[in-house]
Design a protein around this ligand. Sequence first.
Ligand SMILES: Cc1ncc(COP(=O)(O)O)c(C=O)c1O
Length: 431
Amino acid sequence: MTPELTRFGEEMSHLTGVRAIMKDIIETLQAGQGQQFINLSAGNPVILPEIEQLWRDCTQDLLASSEYGNVVCRYGTSQGYEPLIAAIKDDFNQRYGLELSDRHILITPGSQALYFLAANAFGGYHTNGRMKDIVLPLSPDYTGYGGISLVPEAVRAYRPTIAVDEAAHRFRYRPDFSQLSITADTGFVLFSRPCNPSGNVISAEDVRSIADLAAVHHVPVLVDSAYAPPYPALNFTEMEPVFGDNILHCMSLSKAGLPGERLGIAIGDPAIINVLECFQTNFCIHSSRYGQAIAARAIASGELARLAEQVIRPYYQDKFAVLAAALDRALPQSLPWYLHNGEGAIFAWLWFDRLPITDQELYQRLKQRGVIVVPGNPFFPGLRPEQGEPWPHTRQCLRLSLTASHADLTTAAQHLGALVAEVYQTQAVPA
Ligand SMILES: Cc1ncc(COP(=O)(O)O)c(C=O)c1O
């Protein structure tokens, strides 16, 4: 049976961005029986023994408590499990000198769901018929933003400025304030900090500038802190969360070892929280209470923040250093390749300037050599042709996951180096 779909049904029944690539990757892995692939595509965090143990201990504590039935066998409030909200409120008030009340916090089933709620509450067509954009101020950014709006044309991304250190083969993005437009037609602003895919951490000063531009028009700014301190603390450079009247600080416990439990957290103005909470009640009632109950214990005891700093961050920071050194050895010095500064998250982001083939072809050819990465193009959702000529950069990047072993990262860099040398040598390099 082929049911007739609505406009929204059409939109939501396609896989967007990296999810479409992932399908190809899974098929490759399944079809390649016998062939050993080095898989640098994963977004799934590594199961770190200390972190798994933390969640086991919290589960044991929950099982032994009289609360168990109340947590697992009953519905709760849509805003979230009260002890988790209290634990987050106390931790943030103490850590950052805030004055949060319970009404400043909302728990969602993962942060992707939180962005979906925000995208469709604040972006798209308003009651007066006006279209309000979802502004991504620094492209590339998280590929999942491409699928959050029922009105995809609402997503509008802006090209960044690029600072290149040619000799070191490194580069870094920054929001381009000369292009960025936040107006009365903006629904909300959204960016990840640290950023998936590039590992960029937008400076606190730039976050405040964006928030100030948005405040003029009462526009919320959602800072996707899926990799930020205090948990999972996947920042390799100094950074602090930025708070403000129109800033919604959005977190995820996925990279702190709980991706399966689906836990997102929004912290901000109670008026914004209330809109999202009502939307959530209509949509799915609430997040898993088991996940919320073990998270409440890990946050209240301080163990999650401690292990994030002492175990999660060093694990990935070390992987980045190993991969960066391997790339420096394996990629030809004479070619215009650049690695984005590793400021955070769990990926390395490579740019091959004037690449003679597309990122998709590079991905396919690397796959033939047994290495699976993610082509960069899906990480540019919301860029429009009318914002200038097609931007070649969107077809010149690759994302490499830091979840593989040291040996695999080193071997992958060698294969990539050999392939890239061949590609630039045998194919015409664009001017
Ligand atoms: C930047 C960013 N935001 C949001 C998400 C979604 O995370 P979740 O829905 O598991 O909280 C991810 C997942 O990888 C991400 O990388």
